[in-house]
Design a protein around this ligand. Structure first.
Ligand code: ZN
Ligand code: ZN
Length: 182
């Protein structure tokens, strides 16, 4: 088995992609991960791919529906984490599902961990850093020249201590406007 991670996706290119292009690139990354899995299971079926997950979960492998689901909001905000980790994570579930007796294994049990470690060269972590961040309330509304940005209380406290944030779209410094109860 290979133990090196999938080739890194060029970071600048990834961050510059439009939403449409990002979804296409994610499909391509799924195909790369699938190709890696077929090195150990050449008969592994091609999963369908949906970008319809909401809330705090980044991805989901769905044997019944025959594919992988991803969260498009988290994907847009955490592009590198998705390409480096979330996509291989879900593809590892897909591979394990299709092993003999695969549906009887624990979701993040020994078999899944082995695929993550030995096939994708990744630490078999179950949660992603951003899951927690995104599920936190963000009642502090900041503005730039183009949109509203929602901050957590932690980030708002950093601003109070002098930290400044800029909008990556219009480059203006974000200014505190309102507390909006979630
Ligand atoms: Zn999982
Ligand atoms: Zn802006």
């Amino acid at each position: 088995m290979k133990t090196s991670p999938l080739p890194p996706w060029p970071r600048d290119e990834l961050l510059a992609l439009s939403h449409e292009a990002l979804l296409c690139a994610a499909q391509e990354r799924v195909a790369q991960a699938l190709a890696r899995c077929r090195e150990v299971d050449p008969a592994l079926p091609t999963p369908k791919v949906w970008f319809d997950l909401k809330g705090a979960s980044a991805g989901q492998a769905h044997l019944g529906r025959g594919g992988l689901r991803f969260n498009p909001v988290l994907l847009a905000d955490n592009r590198e984490a998705f390409f480096d980790e979330v996509i291989p994570h879900e593809m590892a579930h897909w591979l394990v599902f299709h092993l003999a007796q695969g549906t009887r294994f624990k979701p993040h049990g020994r078999e899944w961990q082995t695929v993550m470690r030995d096939l994708f060269g990744l630490a078999p972590r179950v949660t992603h850093r951003f899951d927690i961040q995104r599920s936190q309330p963000r009642p502090f509304h900041y503005e730039c020249g183009c949109r509203v940005h929602r901050f957590t209380s932690r980030r708002h406290a950093l601003v109070a201590k002098g930290r400044r944030y800029r909008c990556r779209h219009c480059d203006q410094t974000l200014v505190y406007r309102a507390f909006v109860s979630p």
